[in-house]
Design a protein around this ligand. Structure first.
Ligand SMILES: Cc1cc2nc3c(=O)[nH]c(=O)nc-3n(C[C@H](O)[C@H](O)[C@H](O)COP(=O)(O)OP(=O)(O)OC[C@H]3O[C@@H](n4cnc5c(N)ncnc54)[C@H](O)[C@@H]3O)c2cc1C
Length: 459
């Protein structure tokens, strides 16, 4: 009899695992059933801000593979609008509810892939029955916001609460749609994924785009008129708005796992080993935004809910479920984003992470340009490096600048992944031609500056 794999969650991690398992084991050997509570499979949540802004014309462009493709081409039994409500690890069964037609089904499994993603943080003040307040996690969330923005009376003012990368991208989307946008952030700066000095550059650019930024301010409630949001309430008074987007981060969606007795780590996400197995539970796998992973620089468990990791981890789980061998060996915290033309990249540890991990370090900031200064279109680029003292090993890097800034972080990520010192980096053979870089690339200038800073301290 064929074994059976049940997958909970039909997006990046779940469908990568299902497809990889299918590539290695045919239907006679492994039946695969996927339960997805939403309307879409294998979609790019990362593209939602660009659909909201209008840059991407419709949600269909964000879907890599529809349920029907999985059914016909991959022989995977995809059950849409089915929400798994319980896992019984002893009986090796899941219970799923049909959200459209009612009713429940129980399905047995030999292998279980837990890939339920994350849930947007929704504070108690947002958990009220007021229309016009949106979390942003799935295409269904994106569709609900699009409908609200397109319907009459058309919103003219938006408040984005929280200045993480999703909040920043959503603020950009709203401003591009012509709304007047206020971003409210409790911390001193939006974009806390980079150090404050770098975040200040991002905040300045956002203000330059016409986004009002209110920092050090918490939203504590909502005002409404006829059931529609009319303002967010803060200690400094109400901020009138027609739509509220929550960008307060996400937490791992682990309710079912917890109820079933699967182990959570210190971050609150599911613990897995490097093959994406849940330790102590043979045949149970987990991947994506619901799991924690190892930070290769700090050596600590971290929760980094990003699509790039979800896809890789899902693939690793699927290869292993399929009988192959693959591992996911941790992350270094590389991420890129943009706000209109301003690009932001980061990798490794920020100053506060390096301190928390007990490193002695120096940090330097180097100002340069993306192209030769005389070449048309040359724009400023700021590179920050954090290097261990006295070894000089690169611990972290951040870049803020205009075109060609964000993806330069990949050079630094590779250097960091391979344990290079800033001294090694000064000799890197990076490409140079005036349209692409000054003769000393911004990365090399920053590395030289870090070498000088280390030498000055040891003099
Ligand atoms: C606006 C936005 C922008 C982003 N931009 C980037 C980016 O630029 N780069 C990047 O790397 N990452 C980005 N991300 C993050 C990225 O989208 C996620 O890390 C990725 O989608 C995680 O994949 P996942 O499969 O783990 O979880 P998800 O994509 O959340 O999928 C989980 C699925 O499980 C389903 N599900 C949950 N519970 C159940 C249940 N009980 N029964 C059945 N189905 C269930 C959900 O409906 C969902 O479809 C962005 C996210 C958002 C929201």
């Amino acid at each position: 009899m064929a074994q059976r794999l049940i997958v909970i969650g039909g997006d990046a991690a779940g469908m990568s695992a299902a497809s990889q398992a299918r590539r290695r084991r045919n239907r006679d050997d492994l039946e695969i059933v996927v339960f997805e509570r939403g309307h879409f499979t294998s979609y790019s949540a990362c593209g939602i801000p660009y659909w909201i802004s209008g840059l991407v014309p419709g949600p269909e462009h964000l879907i890599a593979r529809a349920p029907e493709t999985f059914r016909t081409k991959f022989d995977i039994d995809v059950r849409m609008r089915h929400e798994v409500t319980a896992i019984d690890l002893e009986r090796r069964e899941v219970v799923a509810r049909d959200l459209d037609n009612g009713g429940e089904v129980s399905e047995r499994f030999d292998e279980l892939m837990y890939a339920t993603g994350a849930t947007p943080t929704k504070p108690s003040w947002a958990q009220v029955d007021v229309a016009g307040v949106f979390g942003m996690q799935t295409l269904d969330d994106g569709a609900a916001l699009r409908d609200w923005l397109d319907a009459e009376p058309q919103p003219r003012r938006a408040v984005v609460v929280g200045g993480g990368y999703i909040g920043v991208e959503m603020a950009e989307a709203m401003i591009q749609r012509g709304l007047s946008v206020t971003l409210v952030e409790q911390a001193a700066q939006p974009m806390s994924t980079v150090d404050e000095d770098m975040a200040e550059l991002v905040a300045d650019a956002m203000r330059g785009l016409g986004i009002t930024i209110r920092t050090g301010l918490a939203v504590t409630g909502l005002d409404q008129r006829d059931g529609r949001v009319s303002a967010v309430v803060t200690a400094e008074g109400p901020i009138p708005t027609d739509v509220v987007v929550l960008g307060l981060g996400v937490r791992p969606n682990v309710g079912l796992a917890e109820a079933a007795g699967l182990p959570l780590g210190p971050t609150g996400a599911i613990r897995v080993d490097r093959r994406m197995r849940v330790p102590g539970f043979p045949g149970v796998w987990a991947a994506g935004d619901c799991v924690e992973t190892l930070h290769r620089v700090s050596g600590m468990p971290v929760y980094v809910p990003l699509g790039t990791h979800a896809n890789k981890q899902g693939r690793v789980a699927g290869v292993n479920i399929g009988g192959g061998y693959a591992t996911f060996t941790g992350v270094i915290g590389t991420a890129v984003t943009k706000v209109c033309e301003l690009e932001v990249g980061r990798t490794g540890l920020r100053e506060r992470d390096a301190s928390a991990a007990g490193f002695d370090f120096v940090s330097v900031i180097a100002e340069s340009t993306n192209r030769a200064g005389y070449y048309p279109g040359a724009r400023p680029m700021t590179v920050k490096l954090i290097a261990e003292r006295p070894s000089g090993r690169l611990l972290g890097a951040q870049i803020v600048g205009w075109s060609e800034a964000a993806k330069r972080i990949d050079t630094l990520a590779v250097a960091l992944w391979n344990g290079m010192t800033v001294d090694d980096m000064t000799a890197l053979d990076l490409g140079y031609a005036p349209p692409y870089a000054p003769v000393w690339d911004p990365v090399l200038i920053a590395a030289r500056k870090a070498v000088d800073a280390l030498a000055a301290l040891d003099r």
